[in-house]
Write a protein that binds this ligand. Structure first.
Ligand code: ZN
Length: 297
């Protein structure tokens, strides 16, 4: 079965100079430092920093044909521009396997629009990942609709980080305005949105009628093993909910170490195996491949 991983990240650490940590400090990216740099309590970050070659060999080992590299929710638009440039350079020569999404800071609307307008020409296939809690923008604002409309014009899907409204805590957990995000997506039916991490619990909680989403809202499975560690049945539950709706998109959140107890290095094999073993056969093709192809290719 063909697999597209629609939610990965990549930090070109040899280009984020002098070190990724210093690069982020220089750019005022306190949230990224807290999440991705080594932690003050001495514990290692869950974030891996593979080279492009390691990234590709992890894809090969897991049978992943293509990976979509999401951008990051940088707090400053200058970081977005600089990181977009570094990402384009990093995947040069690997365009058949690695597709990239452009980072924007929606709170700086003119800069965000400028990035969206040239994104296609610059080699990007989507926008995001965005995080309103970290980037301090408002889904209900006119500025955000301008961004969504521009993305629709350029046929670029937008990936949103959605935090679950549950008591589960982890370092760097920052709430997102999930219902405002849903309303924004509903009022821009021509823009395609991916609600990451199963949209918090939106996908599972049954309060929203999934079929009412109008065909422009998708949900990805990024970080499932970390978010539902004691609940491997979550995959079959998702498959049951998605039956016929084709809203679910496979994503891992690689190179986060999704099974920290199983190993100290990032890998893709375990999540692919879990998802394959448990996601229903009848919806598997659209989940692992078809929906991502529709969105990004
Ligand atoms: Zn992500």
């Amino acid at each position: 079965m063909k697999i597209i991983d629609a939610h990965t990240h990549f930090f070109p650490n040899s280009q984020m100079l002098p070190t990724p940590q210093e690069w982020a400090k220089k750019h005022g990216e306190s949230h990224w430092i807290m999440l991705c740099a080594d932690r003050p309590d001495g514990k290692r970050t869950l974030q891996g920093f593979p080279s492009v070659e390691k990234f590709i060999s992890d894809m090969d080992a897991a049978g992943v044909e293509m990976a979509i590299i999401q951008g990051w929710y940088w707090q400053n638009s200058e970081s977005c521009k600089e990181y977009n440039r570094l990402l384009r350079m990093a995947v040069r020569g690997f365009e058949g396997r690695l597709k990239i999404c452009a980072s924007i800071q929606p709170a700086d609307v003119s800069s965000a629009l400028e990035i969206i307008r040239s994104a296609r020409d610059d080699g990007f296939c989507g926008i995001g990942e965005l995080h309103d809690g970290v980037q301090h923008f408002n889904y209900s604002s006119e500025d955000f609709s301008k961004i969504a409309l521009e993305a629709a014009k350029e046929e670029l899907p937008i990936c949103l980080h959605i935090t679950g409204n549950n008591e589960r805590n982890y370092p760097g957990k920052i709430p997102t305005a999930n219902h405002a995000a849903l309303s924004a997506a509903r009022s821009c039916p021509n823009t395609k949105f991916i609600f990451a991490h199963w949209g918090g619990e939106i996908f599972f909680d049954g309060n929203e009628k999934l079929l009412d989403f109008g065909g422009n809202i998708y949900f990805d499975s990024a970080a499932t093993p970390l978010l539902y560690p004691k609940n491997p049945e979550i995959w079959s539950k998702a498959a049951k909910i998605d039956m016929g709706c084709s809203l679910a998109v496979y994503g891992s959140d690689y190179p986060i170490r999704l099974y920290p107890k199983k190993g100290s290095v990032e890998e893709m094999i375990n999540i692919v195996a879990d998802a394959k073993d448990n996601f229903g056969k009848s919806t598997a093709t659209s989940f692992f491949y078809g929906n991502a192809k529709k969105l990004f290719l």
